[in-house]
Design a protein around this ligand. Structure first.
Ligand SMILES: Nc1nc2c(ncn2[C@@H]2O[C@H](COP(=O)(O)OP(=O)(O)OP(=O)(O)O)[C@@H](O)[C@H]2O)c(=O)[nH]1
Length: 354
């Protein structure tokens, strides 16, 4: 048993949250590669029907976390499936003979952390696990670009059409809810900004939460695992003081929803010209305000699969691992946007671009 486990007799669990594409999976990959001898179990939750994050992390081959220790929760956002999915998963994990030293939970980019943290107060869980801390990863470049504040005009227009609309832009609200839950905020993607931009991001992020957790700047989620794991907060005891917009606006017990967002998967044939395809995807993303696009492509003649990662207008691509023997070489992309995204048009445009 590690000192950490022995210290409070409970297994520490770190919850990593942050909006779509902020860099949560990248940071977790870094944690796994620098775990300092800890055995880590990972619970990964994604929005959309394609488990890209779990697949990326399984492919990273870190000793701290074997494939058996990576559990994917794919039945929707973890905040909505606490009773049906999260609690049974935790229970099973805790029943294992060889329990992990630390649990890391990656929420989907659209999840409200509050219901998940509150679940650590359930009797069966509370006695065995504690929330070591909630870490909120921020895409600093997106903040600087006004991503979380730029659709006021749109929301105001909707409000004119629908007088019952009772909240701000869904993206802005989620961003604030995720900041409000934080014990530590990672201002990620600092490589994309200069010092003036970063100073703006610090002010903007501070203004979005009345709590004042520590903020650390990072590039590619490169923060020492010694800093990220072992915060020792016990956040479950304080979660009632970190209410989400939804909890403040509605009676306790009323379910929230993610109706404002939609996702779909596009299945394509081989991509013979990846560079040309990516350029066309950038145009489609901008034209339809796609929030997130990610998946894998089959490039003919290449033994490895191409990982495609779009966050707003930026797209990264690299060959992440060889196709396994017997594995079908497929091109599949998940697309996430606001509910009013024109799925048929985006789908048709991506098919035409391939
Ligand atoms: N330039 C730059 N890119 C980054 C940085 N951190 C992550 N990225 C890239 O941003 C993209 C999204 O990163 P992920 O780690 O998948 O983000 P995520 O928060 O797990 O995304 P979701 O789970 O879909 O919400 C990837 O292409 C990363 O390589 C960074 O510090 N700088």
């Amino acid at each position: 048993m590690t000192n950490e486990k022995a210290a409070h007799g409970k297994i520490p669990a770190t919850v990593i949250t942050g909006f779509l594409g902020a860099g949560k999976t990248t940071m977790i990959r870094n944690i796994l590669q620098n775990a300092g001898g800890r055995r880590i179990a990972l619970i990964i939750n994604e929005f959309g029907d394609l488990g890209v994050d779990g697949d990326v992390l399984k492919g990273c081959g870190a000793e701290a976390c074997s494939e058996d220790d990576i559990i994917e929760l794919t039945n929707g956002c973890i905040c909505c499936t606490v009773a049906d999915d999260f609690i049974p998963t935790m229970t099973k994990l805790l029943e294992r003979e060889n329990r992990p030293d630390h649990i890391v939970i990656e929420t989907s980019g659209l999840a409200l952390p509050q219901p998940l943290i509150a679940a650590f107060n359930w009797p069966d869980i509370r006695t065995q696990v504690t929330v070591d801390g909630v870490i909120t990863v921020v895409d600093s470049a997106a903040v600087a670009a006004g991503r979380f504040a730029d659709d006021h005009d749109k929301v105001d227009a909707l409000r004119v059409e629908d007088g019952n609309l009772d909240h701000e832009s869904p993206i802005e609200e989620l961003f604030e809810d995720q900041l409000t839950a934080a014990d530590l905020i990672i201002l990620n993607k600092t490589d994309l900004l200069d010092s003036t931009g970063l100073a703006f991001v610090r002010r903007e992020v501070s203004s979005r939460t009345s709590r004042k957790p520590t903020m650390i700047e990072a590039k590619n989620g490169e923060v020492s695992a010694a800093v990220l794991l072992g915060l020792g907060v016990g956040t479950e005891s304080d979660i009632a003081n970190r209410k989400s917009h939804h909890e403040m606006e509605h009676e306790a017990g009323e379910e929230h929803s993610h109706d404002e967002f939609d996702s779909f998967v596009v299945e394509l044939g081989p991509i013979a010209n990846p560079a040309g395809f990516i350029e066309k995807l950038k145009v489609i993303i901008a034209a339809h305000d796609v929030l997130r696009l990610k998946g894998f492509a089959d490039v003919p003649g290449k033994p490895m699969r191409l990982l495609i990662q779009g966050v707003g207008a930026r797209i990264d691509q690299y060959f992440d691992r060889a196709w396994a023997a017997g594995e079908a070489r497929r091109t599949r992309l998940v697309v996430i946007g606001l509910h009013d995204m024109d799925e048929a048009a985006v789908r048709a445009a991506i098919v035409a671009a391939a």
